[in-house]
Design a protein around this ligand. Structure first.
Ligand SMILES: NC(=O)c1ccc[n+]([C@@H]2O[C@H](COP(=O)([O-])OP(=O)(O)OC[C@H]3O[C@@H](n4cnc5c(N)ncnc54)[C@H](OP(=O)(O)O)[C@@H]3O)[C@@H](O)[C@H]2O)c1
Length: 280
């Protein structure tokens, strides 16, 4: 198979949640350019208009299926409607996510001791419960697909933990565990299940972190590649994991974080020590 065929999603029927958000939009564009048939979901139809126009400009048709995934019956309704609209389902991508946010919807870490149940309720609904319900509802459709897979948009904090935003980190760790568990359970049906774990991504939702000089410096000093992820970095990894090139990859958590989650990051030797080592 040629390299371009290995990354082709020509005719692949994909349901993408979170398609109205920064990362979701970039993923939708990458999937459309690879030839996928898309059902895109966000909370509102209005929020999906821009990405729908972009996908159509790529010459692809698109189905817009707004749903609030915090509503208990929404995930199953969304999956079944997507499968009806697309004529089947090959890939489920759960990118929608809830996180601790300020009034403008920007990520704002809050320690557990300053939180209450109502603060983490949306996180549990969208990141945890909806992930389970979407996967469970997708299973009967995926078993009929020639190349089925699931991708859960987790986070590097799911791998590492986070000292503020513990509920969010826990929900993202749960997605990693779900990917591993379903990879084992559904492997015999040839269904691949993986998790994607970005570090800090340069999106509107992480703007508040970027604006905080101390926090921004702290993150960058622990990121060996010395920058934040772009939305395209994450989109390319999502494309890879749903493509034929990743046909024997399942149960994995792929960090797209510039090395932030590597245990040795943040422990870089000072310049003078490195120079001394280099000069023998
Ligand atoms: N940005 C980062 O640095 C970063 C790092 C690691 C992981 N992530 C993860 O990446 C994913 C996308 O994040 P992002 O930065 O692109 O954030 P974003 O721009 O705020 O997008 C969030 C998406 O989730 C959807 N969503 C939220 N609550 C929902 C609900 N109750 N029902 C249905 N959809 C809902 C939003 O829909 P509406 O537009 O309708 O609100 C939007 O499409 C999330 O899972 C996040 O946890 C982000």
């Amino acid at each position: 198979m040629s390299p371009s065929a290995l990354l082709s999603l020509d005719g692949t029927r994909i349901l993408l949640t979170g398609a109205s958000g920064g990362i979701g939009r970039a993923i939708a564009v990458a999937l459309a350019r690879a030839g996928a048939e898309l059902a895109l979901s966000g909370r509102t139809a209005a929020g999906l208009q821009d990405i729908a126009a972009t996908v159509c400009a790529e010459g692809r048709s698109v189905h817009l299926l707004p749903e609030d995934l915090a509503v208990p019956e929404a995930p199953k309704r969304l999956v079944d409607t997507a499968a009806d609209s697309l004529g089947g389902l090959d890939v489920l991508m759960h990118v929608a996510g809830a996180f601790p946010a300020d009034g403008a919807g920007r990520f704002r870490p809050v320690p557990l001791v300053n939180s209450e149940g109502e603060d983490w309720a949306p996180i549990v609904s969208v990141n945890f419960t909806a992930a389970l319900e979407l996967c469970r509802s997708a299973y009967p459709h995926l078993t009929k697909s020639p190349s089925p897979s699931v991708l859960l948009l987790s986070s590097a904090v799911g791998l590492m933990g986070a000292s503020a935003g513990e509920a969010y980190a826990m929900s993202k760790a749960a997605q990693i565990s779900l990917a591993r568990s379903l990879a084992v359970a559904w492997g015999p049906q040839n269904i691949r299940v993986n998790a994607l774990c970005p570090g800090i991504v340069d999106t509107d939702s992480s703007e508040a972190l970027a604006d905080n000089e101390t926090l921004s410096h702290w993150f960058l000093s622990r990121t060996p590649l010395g920058r934040w992820a772009t939305e395209e970095d994450v989109a390319l990894a999502a494309l890879f994991l749903s493509s034929p090139a990743a046909g024997f990859i399942t149960g994995q958590s792929l960090a797209v974080d510039g090395g932030m989650s590597v245990p040795g990051s943040g422990f870089t030797a000072p310049d003078d020590a490195r120079q001394a080592a280099a000069s023998g």
